[in-house]
Design a protein around this ligand. Structure first.
Ligand code: NAD
Length: 472
């Protein structure tokens, strides 16, 4: 065997043993009681609150992520998600009564949530805590055994989570599999009851193909180019401040970041310099020296991003330092639609502006591309808002604010089309990781069913037609 094949075989054996052990635990029924689920959520919360400093250090090492930002968008965010779920879990798990058609009465119908079994959560590197432990909270709340696969591209965070998870959570029901492609491939080769994957669409297809072998359901949280439309009815300086924050937080490595701006030439002329001013306010004249500005995750992504510079007119940024994987927050105006930066999700600190004639042109442009994960619209015009809502499709829409929808725990978070399938957060996380079992209970007496059973005498036929609705 080659060394790669050996690594693959080794990973497969160890991952298979991990999943088998989780299944054994699941089969005992241990993860099902509400008390176990709430205890796991509490332990997960403690993991985050008692190890804030270690987690902040890991994210600084992986992404130069500012500690305040780690708190805001990773640990604090996940704690808020855990709290939102814990507060209502008991209520959400109650069987939900639903009406029974009169023809079937007397009877009682209800929807009962049951856990799926052993589920996998496969996370990316850009928000490596939130995107691993957020879905994990939903999976545990739903009563599953869980295998967690952190991203190998955020190695310090992966290591700290692999160390902490067994210290806080039920070791027999929650496991961490660290590693890269061989380990993830080995995991995908197992029979799992749900795969929750966050990452790029190319791997999303690999996940779905592997899941098909066992008919395993998937949630795919993917990415893509999230458009932002700005018109002249808004305060452009205020819009610029929000767009600059949303684009350049985590050095642009955010799945729901505004990927590009669609605006008329007149709006661009004001908005471009305004975004440049806000970059300066957020990160100073030299963002490389700012403790609040991130770095590109690895050399491959750094080189890829550097190759996207140079289109249109550079309004801000453009500087790069390979030694630090630093890429300045960059704004490019009047970028041609066919430029490389407009062909793929940027996933870095570059904000291209594309000139449109107006609203119709912007909507047409969006609709000729993949359905985005998020769409942002800055306008005061109600008709314009309505048109975007009804004439475009996206995972989410933010009027006047990028990114914020994902902090609303009662909104489902997910994509549509190429930006993903399925959703999570809050209540939706619990249903995503549950089977909604349909239950009907009908007493044996009175035996109303005999009235509609053969022989179909004329009287019974009449009754059936009256009870079940006339179709002829
Ligand atoms: P990544 O490279 O860390 O990959 C994610 C996971 O997939 C990792 O655990 C990795 O081990 C595994 N993986 C990678 N290659 C594989 C292969 N060939 N076979 C099997 N498994 C493999 O992360 P990424 O994909 O670079 O993440 C960035 C992408 O994720 C962007 O497109 C972004 O928009 C998207 N994203 C989406 C969301 C969301 O919530 N919808 C959030 C963050 C990121």
């Amino acid at each position: 065997m080659t060394s790669t094949a050996e690594a693959g075989a080794g990973a497969a054996a160890s991952v298979a043993a991990t999943v088998a052990a989780l299944r054994q635990t699941y089969d005992t029924g241990r993860t099902k009681p509400l008390a176990w689920r709430l205890a796991q959520l509490k332990a997960l919360r403690r993991l985050l609150t008692e190890n804030g400093a270690a987690i902040e250090d890991a994210l600084w090492s992986d992404l130069h992520k500012a500690p305040a930002e780690t708190h805001f968008m990773e640990t604090g965010f996940t704690v808020a998600e855990i709290d939102a779920i814990s507060a209502k879990l008991r209520r959400w798990l109650r069987p939900r009564p639903v009406p029974t058609p009169p023809a079937l009465l007397p009877a009682r119908s209800r929807v009962v949530l049951e856990p799926l079994g052993v589920v996998a959560v496969i996370a990316p590197w850009n928000y490596p805590v939130q995107l691993l432990l957020g879905p994990a909270a939903g999976a545990l709340a739903a009563g599953n055994a869980v295998v967690l696969k952190p991203s190998e591209l955020a190695p310090a965070t992966s290591a700290v989570l692999a160390e902490l998870v067994p210290r806080y959570l039920d070791r027999d029901a929650v496991a961490v599999v660290e590693g890269g492609v061989p380990e993830t491939t080995a995991l995908l080769g197992q029979r799992l009851d749900h795969i929750f994957y966050t990452g790029n669409g190319t791997v999303g297809k690999i996940v779905m193909e592997a899941a098909a072998k066992h008919l395993t359901p998937v949630t795919l949280e993917l990415g893509g180019k999230s458009p932002t439309y700005v018109d002249d009815t808004v305060d452009l300086d205020a819009a610029a401040s929000r767009i600059a924050w949303g684009r350049f937080v985590n050095a642009g490595q955010t799945c729901v970041a505004p990927d590009y701006v669609l605006a008329t030439a007149a709006v661009q002329a004001e908005l471009g310099p305004a975004v440049a001013r806000w970059i300066k306010r957020y990160f100073g004249a030299d963002p490389q020296a700012s403790p609040d500005y991130g770095r590109i995750v690895n050399d491959r992504h750094f080189q890829r991003l550097r190759g996207l510079l140079g289109a249109g007119t550079t309004v801000a940024g453009g500087q790069a330092d390979a030694a630090e994987r630093y890429l300045a927050p960059t704004v490019l105006a009047d970028v041609p639609r066919e430029a490389p930066v407009m062909q793929e999700e940027i996933f870095g600190p570059i904000l291209p502006f594309v000139t449109v004639d107006g609203l119709d042109d912007a909507i047409r442009f969006i609709n000729t591309h993949d359905k985005p994960l998020a769409l942002y619209v800055f306008t005061e015009d109600a008709r314009t808002k309505r048109r975007f809502l009804t004439e475009t499709s996206s995972g989410a829409v933010g009027f006047g604010i990028p990114l914020a929808h994902l902090s609303v725990h009662s909104l489902p978070f997910g994509g549509v089309g190429a930006s993903g399938m399925g959703a999570y957060h809050g209540h939706r996380s619990v249903t995503t990781f549950s089977h909604e079992k349909a239950v009907i209970s009908k007493p044996l007496k009175p035996d109303t069913m005999r009235l509609v059973a053969p022989p179909y005498t004329p009287a019974r036929q009449k009754l059936i037609r009256r009870w079940l609705g006339r179709i002829s």
